[in-house]
Ligand binder design. Structure first.
Ligand code: PGA
Length: 256
């Protein structure tokens, strides 16, 4: 079995200003540029992508966006297209639960975004996750498999495709899943990828855990065999905490 390079991504969400975004990039460049064996990605708000690209140029830290529209151009006020992002960043988060919850994102619109992003050569971080109600109702597997199947419907993926498993009840709550629970759930997701794309692509796909990850619990997640990194929200806004998370991932799972 090939060893997967873990990927740790910072989702800044709707935080930072011009000056704090610049400062965070500067601090991260100093603290994690040299960490090897882990792919590092910073996802600032759209308006700070150019700044992050410049501030991190020549470093090992990659830049990602938090969303993308599926049309290439046109009269879509306020939207950002795949070609616009292609010159600014490498990764793009798609289908985050906050997009699904507050902005009407569905499996169908996630599918359109994934398709358009991949066609443009962007690398998606495809988010899936169940709500507390769905987990309590015993529907976790059904919900996740539907999100994976419909999100990826008709799409070819390539080796190293990134999925983020983020249980909605763990996001921003300070109540993470346990490593064991996240690992078990990721097994289900990987099994579904295997049925869609075959075992080799499923084994090469990287599946992150996200939801209240911090410097103290990263070791628990990275100690699990199926978890290939983390998507980090709140804790990614402090350079020292995000640095501890990246270092933890490198120590326990780094491929360098
Ligand atoms: P959190 O967010 O780390 O603040 O829980 C994770 C995410 O939404 O990606």
């Amino acid at each position: 079995m090939s060893r997967r390079t873990p990927i740790v991504a910072a989702n800044w969400k709707m935080h930072t200003t011009l000056s704090t975004a610049a400062e965070l990039c500067r601090a991260l460049r100093e603290s994690i540029d040299g960490v090897r064996g882990v792919e590092k990605v910073v996802c600032p708000p759209f308006v700070f992508l150019a700044l992050a690209r410049e501030g991190l140029a020549g470093s090992t830290i990659k830049v990602g966006a938090q969303n993308v529209f599926w049309e290439e151009k046109g009269a879509f006020t306020g939207e950002v297209s795949p070609p616009m992002l292609a010159d600014l960043c490498e990764y793009v988060i798609i289908g985050h639960s906050e997009r699904r919850k507050y902005f009407g994102e569905t499996d169908e619109t996630v599918n359109r975004r994934l398709r358009a992003a991949l066609a443009q050569g962007l690398r998606p971080i495809f988010c899936v996750g169940e709500t507390a109600e769905e987990r309590q109702g015993g529907r976790t597997e059904e919900v996740l498999l539907r999100q994976v199947r419909e999100g990826l419907g008709g799409i070819e993926i390539s080796s190293g495709f990134v999925v983020a498993y983020e249980p909605v009840w763990a996001i921003g709550t300070g109540v993470p899943a346990t490593g064991e629970m996240a690992n078990e759930t990721i097994v289900l997701i990987r099994r579904e990828l295997a049925s869609l794309y075959g075992g080799a692509l499923a084994q090469a796909a990287r599946i992150q855990y996200g939801g209240s990850v911090d410097g103290a619990n990263i070791a628990e997640f990275m100690g699990e065999p199926e978890i290939d990194g983390a998507l980090v929200g709140g804790a990614s806004l402090k350079a020292d905490v995000f640095t501890a998370i990246v270092a933890g991932a490198a120590r326990l799972k780094g491929t360098a």
